[in-house]
Design a protein around this ligand. Structure first.
Ligand SMILES: [Zn+2]
Length: 256
């Protein structure tokens, strides 16, 4: 199996709740699933991650016990997490740490996390879930892959919306988890926005095929596959499929 190109840290920004929770699990499954088309949803790793019982997926959240410190994730929790991260995985090839309400880390905790992000053990991946990215230190944010991180802008994309550009960059990265994250973060778009998204991606892909835009490092075959996928998206919209389902389809089928 070809080594999947994956990052060590991802940020999932959105309101707290079952949807963000499910998105974090799917992302963790994408990181641990050994299948080429991860997350396959059916292998032992996927089933355990999605069921919340995988021994290589840990969750870190705020302490409820101590009265005066209630509501914060403390440096001791992050240190315990990074100490655990240094140990080899139990079953999978990687270990994943999901930090719930990452914006609740106090500054000391964030600085401890930053050290782990700067020099992560080879098998450790971190998923930071936050209601808003600006609750995190810029140094922490810049270490995380996020669908819409302007620092990752690498190609000529004047006039293209952030939504379309980030999707194409995720596709070009070849990182299944990044693709999944990017699609998940668009599941809340309206029908009109989804239509505009598909149109923009298709325009960019066609421009790249015609040599009018650099192709994000995508091959001609990949560009053609993306154009076909946007046709399918438009077809789904015509049949009143909800954007949420459409982005689920895109997460599963982008450059498979
Ligand atoms: Zn799997």
């Amino acid at each position: 199996m070809a080594e999947k190109r994956l990052s060590h840290a991802y940020m999932l920004v959105g309101p707290e709740g079952p949807e963000r929770d499910a998105a974090a699990r799917r992302l963790a499954a994408a990181l641990l699933c050994p299948a080429e088309d991860a997350p396959c949803g059916v292998c032992r790793d996927c089933r355990k991650v999605l069921g919340g019982v995988h021994p290589d997926v840990s969750r870190v959240g705020r302490e409820q016990g101590e009265k005066e410190r209630r509501g914060q994730i403390l440096v001791g929790q992050i240190r315990a997490m990074t100490a655990d991260a240094a140990l080899a995985p139990n079953e999978a090839a990687r270990k994943v740490y999901i930090i719930d309400e990452a914006e609740r880390m106090n500054p000391q905790a964030q600085n401890a996390l930053l050290k782990a992000l700067e020099d992560p053990p080879g098998h450790a991946c971190f998923i930071l879930c936050a209601a808003a990215a600006d609750g995190l230190l810029p140094t922490v944010r810049s270490r995380c892959v996020r669908g819409t991180d302007p620092a990752r802008r690498t190609t000529r994309t004047e006039g293209m919306s952030e939504l379309a550009r980030a999707y194409l960059e995720a596709a070009a990265s070849g990182d299944r988890a990044q693709i999944a994250l990017c699609c998940m973060s668009r599941a809340g778009l309206s029908r009109e926005q989804t239509e505009a998204f598909a149109g923009e991606v298709k325009d960019a892909v066609c421009a790249a095929l015609a040599g009018r835009l650099d192709g994000f490092g995508l091959t001609e075959r990949q560009l053609l596959a993306l154009a076909a996928l946007m046709d399918k998206t438009e077809d789904y919209l015509r049949h009143n499929v909800q954007p949420k389902q459409i982005f689920g389809m895109l997460a599963a089928e982008t450059l498979r």
